[in-house]
Write a protein that binds this ligand. Structure first.
Ligand code: GLN
Length: 468
């Protein structure tokens, strides 16, 4: 096995046993990036020099006989909407093409304290808006399992980088599925923590009431390791709370798993459904109790999501005005013209579409009809989950209705693209933790199974994911 193919746990054990150094491990990942990135376009920026320096520092510690932490010296990658001090952060947009971050995101600070080696920044849909990584100004990322297909999105660069062994693990962000859906398409594991579990400080805001940073890893065990490192209260993000994961294993024989009927709908690939159902059958054979449940407002979830998200996007992206950050038009005579032209030239179609939709739904006369209605429905959707979780410990469903689709297949049809989020957005709407874990293949493309848990009960879904 090549060093870059190791999991976090294996890498750590090898470092401790002095089978290889952190520099060896880092060089193996950098070599894979050099080999595959031209083909896959997973990385926007590679920080080779910094990574090797970080690795050397860890090696020094090891040779001095000091103990190291589980993530220490293990090379990883960050989605390019997460800030690393003095490193370019583009968010996949022309408007931030040359923007250099002035501080570390809290999640990055925590990883630094844990001794992580940062290899670079990964590609994404522009400002994380998309489900295919095709809206990036830096070109699409390709799926390592089939380069004619998308890796999913918006954290497609991170998922592809992990799947292609360009790094040991990565961070993504998930507003409506952007960690889980690409994990599913690329055959790796992706965890969206409970809203408030991980600080969003230093994550470029997309839709602030939904955004959450999460790990993309090769195993569920690794996802837990990364989550344990980045979680916790942060005074820079007032939505975070002190939250400690429960300890110990779960007893599968005592576990009640809900199967929401609204998530097994016509229109999804029957082979994907079969993979998920076969896995559920196996869990049943292991002793889990399988319960059919209903989430009566599920049919409104996608509509609610695509009202609330553009509304929040239109407010959050107002800051990219050509004055405060990044790109500025060269063709303006007045301040107003600077704003208008900078945004016209600097932002892509999908981002503009959402800003316009959001501005419209927030405007006087439409606010009550759209935005307010969506917020009310959001409460009902959340209550559906509250009710169902009185009965079961977690829910199981597919992560996405299909496996990875072809590049170009949906990019000109936004509605079809939005439909690929149909199973993932509810966890964000309700703030629940959810994980995607590989459960099989259809025509050689990976299928992801999604587990949703109770608020702040990442433990149960991680343990079940480990079993799967
Ligand atoms: N595909 C969804 C969207 O386009 C999810 C994006 C995300 O989670 N960042 O909004």
């Amino acid at each position: 096995m090549k060093l870059n193919e190791l999991t976090i746990k294996q890498a750590h054990e090898g470092l401790v046993a002095k089978k290889f150094t952190s520099v060896d491990l880092t060089k193996a990942c950098l070599a894979e990036i050099k080999k595959s990135n031209k083909k896959l376009n997973a990385f926007i920026t590679v920080t080779e020099k910094e990574a090797l320096e970080q690795a050397k520092a860890v090696d020094k510690k090891i040779s001095a006989g000091k103990e190291i932490g589980i993530l220490e010296g293990v090379p990883m990658a960050l989605k390019d909407n997460i800030l690393v001090k003095d490193i370019r952060a583009t968010s996949g947009s022309k408007i931030l093409e040359n923007y250099v971050a002035s501080y570390d995101a809290t999640a990055v600070e925590k990883l630094r304290i844990a001794g992580a080696v940062i290899l670079g920044k990964t590609n994404l849909d522009e400002f994380a808006m998309g489900a295919s990584t095709e809206t990036s100004y830096f070109g699409p990322t390709k799926n390592p399992h089939d380069t004619a297909r998308v890796p999913g999105g918006s954290s497609g660069g991170s998922a592809a980088a992990v799947a292609a062994n360009m790094c040991i693990y990565a961070l993504g962000s998930d507003t409506g599925g952007s960690v889980r859906q690409p994990a599913s398409f690329c055959g790796v594991t992706g965890l969206k923590p409970t809203y408030g579990a991980v600080s969003r400080y230093g994550l470029m805001a997309m839709a602030s009431s939904l955004d959450q940073i999460g790990p993309i890893t090769k195993t569920a065990e690794d996802a837990e390791i990364v989550f344990e490192t980045i979680r916790g209260k942060d005074e820079m993000d007032s939505t975070t709370v002190e939250n400690k994961n429960k300890k110990g294993k779960i007893d599968i024989k005592k576990l009640k798993i809900g199967i929401p009927k609204e998530y097994f709908v016509s229109g999804m690939d029957p082979k994907v459904e079969k993979c998920v159902r076969d896995t559920v059958d196996k869990l049943k054979k292991m002793g889990a109790k399988i319960v059919d449940v209903s989430l009566p407002h599920a049919e409104y979830t996608l509509a609610v999501y695509y009202l609330i998200v553009p509304a929040e996007v239109s407010a959050n992206l107002a800051r990219y005005d050509g004055v405060r950050y990044g790109y500025q038009t060269k063709k303006s005579k007045t301040l107003l013209e600077t704003y208008l032209k900078t945004r016209a030239e600097g932002l892509g179609d999908e981002v503009k579409r959402r800003i316009m939709l959001g501005t419209y739904t927030l405007s006087a006369g439409y606010y009550d009809a759209y935005y307010l209605q969506a917020q009310k429905m959001r409460t009902l959707i959340r209550e559906d989950f509250e009710n169902v979780f009185k009965e079961v410990d977690c829910l199981v469903m597919p992560t996405a209705p299909t496996t990875a689709f072809k590049i170009g297949e949906k990019i000109d049809d936004p509605l079809t693209m939005y439909l690929s989020d149909v199973f993932t957005v509810s966890a964000n709407i309700a703030g629940l933790p959810a994980i995607s874990v590989p459960c099989g293949e259809v025509k050689k493309m990976p299928v992801g199974l999604q587990i949703m848990g109770k608020w702040f009960d990442e433990k149960t879904i991680l343990e079940l994911a480990k079993l799967i």
